[in-house]
Design a protein around this ligand. Structure first.
Ligand SMILES: [Zn+2]
Length: 422
């Protein structure tokens, strides 16, 4: 699909829903419960207001109750081509004709400037989970010679990548860093003895520091990508490296305000809700993995018209403060620029008798800073510039901030004391 969706995208969505309603016992029941007959849905608004979401927990619970596949299945077992598993465990059977994300990945690979004939070294796990095999197939279809590296055995991987002159790395940035360390231990120079030119980075956050460090080590240009275990690859960077282009044409994607459920405009931040298009062994309708993305509003200079996304974080810890959606990961990016600072909490309240929000950043210092007032002022300014809201800053002791407030989950980083008047 394209984004924002066109009328033809909605037609394709409705055809899929009719098929799912006819074949998947879970969705037949769910649709009947809410009185939805897919053929009668008239437009996207109608779909959004009436068709229920599927949470990851629904899928896990249903597979537990009806092992192994649950009631989501829309095809008999004899028709399955392969079976993937994701942590949970969640079992994901696939029909032989299901492309399984390969076309999405091929588009991302093209955007990296990879040419047919290049040697691609895939280092995601090939075991049980879908990631490694999926990327392997996509690079093969893009005309590359593909090394099935998998995970671990870093010395052997360095030898193989060197012997074959691999120019494309694919995997997590931390494993690439590990290959750099291993190469040095082996007396090699990662820049000269290995020939990685571009890298497909996935499954982990690619921080600016890591991107820079790996660029220095290997002379490699890294491209960030995102996806999700059940719905597959979603988006990838182009050579502009500002956000990831939404390449997932096999999904009907919605980006919804986490609080109101209304679709967000370009420039806004929304929760991803995805419906898989076309027949699937295990179809998912309005599946919400819990990820929030910011949608960039400007067209990309690379010429690709697809919308660009920036991963913001898990939706559960997002709060709307002074009308702006704030995720602790955005604050973390500011705080982590100051080595003397540690974990933090964002306390949101409404002062007695007032209707406006007040936000206080309580941030732990590892040792008393030399100039606390200057540090607090600098932080407040940086937060105003990046998170776009005014926050008061308090410096506190390490022990005052619970460990569960820390990254990557930030479970206790938001303390919302506002009384809701709904
Ligand atoms: Zn671009």
């Amino acid at each position: 699909m394209s984004w924002p969706p066109k009328a033809s995208d909605f037609d394709e969505l409705r055809r899929t829903l009719e098929w799912v309603y006819a074949h998947s016992p879970y969705y037949t029941r769910r649709f009947n419960e809410v009185g939805v007959i897919p053929g009668d849905l008239c437009d996207y608004e109608d779909f959004r207001r009436r068709v229920p979401r599927t949470a990851k927990a629904d899928l896990v619970a249903n597979q537990r109750e009806h092992p192994p596949f649950g009631e989501f299945l829309a095809a008999p077992r004899e028709r399955f081509g392969s079976l993937h598993t994701s942590p949970g465990p969640i079992f994901i059977p696939r029909l032989p004709e299901e492309a399984g994300g390969t076309p999405v990945l091929k588009e991302s690979i093209k955007a990296m400037g990879v040419s047919p004939g290049e040697v691609a070294h895939v280092t995601l796990s090939y075991h049980i989970m879908p990631g490694g095999l999926r990327l392997h197939r996509a690079f093969e279809e893009a005309g590359c010679l593909v090394i099935n590296g998998g995970t671990g055995s870093s010395r052997l991987q360095v030898e193989v990548a060197r012997a074959w002159g691999a120019t494309v790395f694919a995997g997590t940035p931390s494993f690439l860093a590990n290959l750099g360390d291993t190469a040095r231990e082996m007396g090699l120079n990662p820049r000269e003895d290995l020939r990685y030119r571009v890298g497909f980075s996935t499954a982990e956050a690619l921080t600016p520091e890591l991107r820079h460090e790996l660029g220095e080590t290997f002379g490699i240009e890294l491209f960030d990508h995102c996806g999700e275990a059940q719905i597959g690859p979603l988006a990838g960077e182009c050579r502009t490296h500002e956000g990831m282009h939404l390449h997932a044409r096999d999904l009907f994607c919605e980006f919804l305000d986490p609080e109101s459920g209304e679709p967000v405009e370009l420039g806004g931040t929304g929760e991803l809700v995805a419906t898989q298009l076309g027949p699937r062994a295990l179809p998912l309708v309005r599946y919400a993995p819990g990820d929030a993305f910011k949608l960039l509003s400007d067209p990309c200079p690379c010429g690709d018209p697809s919308v660009r996304l920036i991963f913001v974080g898990q939706v559960g810890v997002i709060r709307k403060i002074k009308g702006v959606l704030v995720h602790p990961a955005q604050v973390q990016r500011v705080v982590s620029q100051h080595p003397e600072l540690g974990r933090f909490q964002i306390v949101v309240d409404q002062p007695e008798g007032k209707r406006y929000d007040r936000a206080i950043l309580r941030v732990a210092t590892s040792q008393p800073p030399a100039a606390p007032e200057a540090l607090k002022q600098a932080l407040a300014q940086e937060l105003k510039a990046t998170v776009l809201i005014q926050m008061e800053v308090e410096l506190v002791a390490d022990a005052d901030i619970p460990e569960a407030a820390g990254p990557p989950r930030f479970a206790e980083a938001m303390v919302d004391l506002r009384k809701r008047h709904e």
